[in-house]
Design a protein around this ligand. Sequence first.
Ligand code: IMP
Length: 425
Amino acid sequence: MATVVVGGQWGDEGKGKITDILAEGADLVVRYQGGANAGHTVVVAGEAFKLHLIPSGILHPNCICLMGGGTVIDPLVLHDEIEGLQARGYSCDNLRVSHTAHVVMPYHKRLEELAEQARGRGGIGTTLRGIGPAYTDKAQRMPRPVRFRDLTDAGRLRELIAAQLQQKNVIIQHQYDQPPLTTEEVFDQVWPAAEQVSGYAVDGCRLVQESVRAEKRIVFEGAQGTFLDLDCGTYPFVTSSHPVAGGACLGTGIGPTAIDEVIMVCKAYTTRVGAGVLPTEDEGDAGQLLRDRGNEYGTTTGRPRRCGWLDGVVARTAAMLNGATSIAVTKLDVLDSLATIPVCIGYEIDGVMLDTVPSWPDDFEKVKPVYEEMPGWQQSLDEVRQWSQLPAPAQAYVERIADLTGVPVSIISVGHGREQTVFIG
Ligand code: IMP
């Protein structure tokens, strides 16, 4: 049984919690794209674990956790994350990293920092984790970038760094007028962590293929969200990988027919970090209330997230782009205090109504959301564990999400804790 958990908005939907819950019965959890730009929070017995690279299944020792070939790995972050988990009693013996995954190097982070500084207010607002430059090198192919298996061989790593710096230093010195990086300084920064983490390397593609053949229970954990996808998202304000469900095939080496279900995680309202269109954004008190109640501050960068109402057009389009088979609605409790809740049910553009997202970014910028007001429930959902315990207006809100997307809701989350979850059906 292979399940993809995918974000249906702009990331930060609560995929970490849903993946952690599904990992309970899983043999393998696989991250298929992205890198340390992600920030997945899992809360166990009131203790919060913030994961950037390692799959959210890591807290289940019997579940193997793989970083797939489509991810980009920063060895320094990986090393810190493993040490942090080990200090809290999780051995990480169940961790694996695909040997073909590309490595985020210090020059990627430096180049991104210089590029974003140069773009100024017109920038993408990236997480500055070197993600874009690492994927750029992957697509460029030559000089051959560093891949995870290269971290096992000091001589090879030095050669690859030297070849990369010949090219990178031209940009750093001549485009940005900054001092060049030396092979030794980059090597010295990376090698101590590389020595510690390179032992996790495996043939990730083979591991996933064999697990599919043996009919193991596999969860593919998406990072970021549908509208941050390089092809399907709000380009150019997107990330450099493929968060959509199809990315699970590219990033791990399985065919689309190996996927049995796609659970799209959809927060009960909308948030976004960084620049780009956000039609239902509320920059006033209501947006601030969502930010405060939902603790909407970036796990990776600490930036306040932009907040707004549930966007049914975004959810419907995402359901189609991912082939969602069911939806997990998260953070429903954040709406507890509201008397009425606006829900965007369509877009108006130049007098024409739309029920899906325009694929041309300039058109998307022009849309005006059309809202319907839904009654709030004005009571705490903290203790709700079953559908029947949800107040009628909260049931109606969840049912409206299913109506707008045409996809049934299978999971509702009403708090951080594993137990604060309602399963439907
Ligand atoms: P990058 O992935 O660091 O290149 O950033 C590109 C865009 O994706 C920026 O708008 C980031 O804020 C956004 N982004 C990247 N990772 C996440 C995430 O995990 N959650 C939410 N937004 C993200």
